[in-house]
Design a protein around this ligand. Structure first.
Ligand code: NAD
Ligand code: TYD
Length: 354
């Protein structure tokens, strides 16, 4: 079996659903259930013995040690993190605690477990650390896309904390020989995406008749990848990735934010027209820019394609349409998420009228 941390979150839950759709290898899901953890994402696995949920933190050495001893997994995939840049600007502390200190404790528990394995179990064990392209910093308009050798230049507390965790993972391989793999992926979108991030926020605000907030001039560029393509890349790296290597994962889909929002509005106009006949783009509102806002991210995904034969299945056009359709089909999920802690966050970030 494998341990997947943070598997009640956006990408982790997609990963577990896809994993169990293709294999009977059981998954231990270790998740602290922060505001971003939502077991409803995994409701279809209720009663399925292949999914074992454990509420707890990657920073809890004793708990992780106990899980490792009890389940003897062959691999860990580490998604657990604080993941939202805006939250890291408002309050960096949790990011330091989970992404840096938490990863450190996880690595320590793993080192103790792995060093006592022998033979084939020790050789074949893998720790896959899921990271982000944001560790590389911001690109100029004409700069080439990030390769794996691009220097780390993180600009937000979020990306700095992820960069620190990547360095720890690297050091545990170099120093102790821990069999690690790291993936640095571009912006994901798709089902179960928490509506604090651009794409799900715009879809849910559009449907609720609220404003669609564009930070600054909306010309910041992100490189978008459908979440299930990220999951297939992780499975591929876990299967055949070279130990100690990092792999950039992306879909060659650079888009300015404003274009993304216009595309979402156009799809919604077609699939779910406003009752008043007006276009959804009428709801677009320009708001104050994010502090230290990175201008452009772009991933050069040629290494993973060349070495591991991985390619995304979706284009932006097919993936974004599926995503809008998923949100239209899953309104109760959105309503449940947009209550409670999420509400307080929206008020703090966008003001009480959002
Ligand atoms: P998310 O915020 O939706 O989910 C994070 C999950 O981790 C939640 O279920 C949360 O409860 C859990 N968690 C938080 N702290 C924990 C702790 N201390 N112990 C155990 N669980 C904890 O995040 P996501 O978007 O699914 O991202 C998952 C991973 O992928 C993160 O490491 C993120 O940096 C990385 N990543 C995300 C993107 C993206 O576009 N979302 C892109 C590249 C990489
Ligand atoms: P986000 O989804 O938060 O991802 P990240 O910051 O990790 O790239 O934001 C994507 C882009 O959209 C980013 O440039 C910030 C911008 N953005 C807005 O313009 N308005 C919003 O309300 C949000 C949440 C993001």
């Amino acid at each position: 079996m494998i341990i997947v941390t943070g598997a009640a979150g956006f990408i982790g839950s997609n990963f577990v659903l896809d994993w169990l759709a293709q294999s009977d290898e059981a998954v231990i899901n270790l998740d602290a259930l922060t505001y971003a953890g939502n077991l409803e994402n995994l409701a279809s696995l209720q009663g399925d013995p292949r999914h074992i949920f454990v509420k707890g933190s990657i920073g809890d050495f004793d708990l992780v040690a106990k899980l490792l001893a009890e389940y003897q997994p062959r691999a860990i995939v580490n998604f657990a993190a604080e993941s939202h840049v805006d939250r890291s600007i408002h309050g960096p502390e949790d990011f330091i605690q989970t992404n840096i200190v938490g990863t450190f404790h996880l690595l320590e528990a793993l080192r103790a477990y792995w060093s006592k394995l022998d033979g084939a179990a020790k050789d074949s064990f893998r720790f896959l650390h899921v990271s982000t392209d944001e560790v590389y910093g911001s690109l100029g308009k004409d700069d080439p896309a990030f390769t794996e050798t691009h220097r780390y230049e993180p600009n937000s507390p979020y990306s700095a904390s992820k960069a620190a965790s990547d360095h720890l993972v690297r050091a545990y391989h170099h120093t102790y020989g821990l069999p690690v793999l790291t993936t640095n992926c571009s912006n994901n979108y798709g089902p179960y995406h928490f509506p604090e991030k651009l794409i799900p926020l715009v879809i849910s605000n559009a449907l609720a008749g609220k404003s669609l907030p564009i930070y600054g001039d909306g010309q910041q560029i992100r490189d978008w990848l459908y979440v299930k393509d990220h999951c297939s890349a992780i499975r591929r790296v876990l299967e055949v990735g070279r130990v100690g290597e990092t792999y950039n994962v992306g879909g060659w889909n650079e888009k300015p934010n404003l274009d993304v929002v216009h595309t979402l509005c156009a799809i919604l106009d077609e699939l779910n027209p406003r009752p008043d006949g007006q276009p959804y783009k009428a709801q677009i509102t320009y708001v104050t820019d994010r502090l230290g806002h990175d201008r452009r991210y772009a991933i050069d995904a040629s290494k993973i394609e060349r070495e591991l034969g991985w390619k995304p299945a979706e284009t932006f056009e097919t993936g974004i349409r599926k995503t809008v359709q998923w949100y239209l089909d899953n309104q109760p999920w959105v309503e449940n998420v947009t209550s409670g802690a999420y509400r307080q966050w929206i008020d703090k970030n966008y003001g009480a009228n959002a």
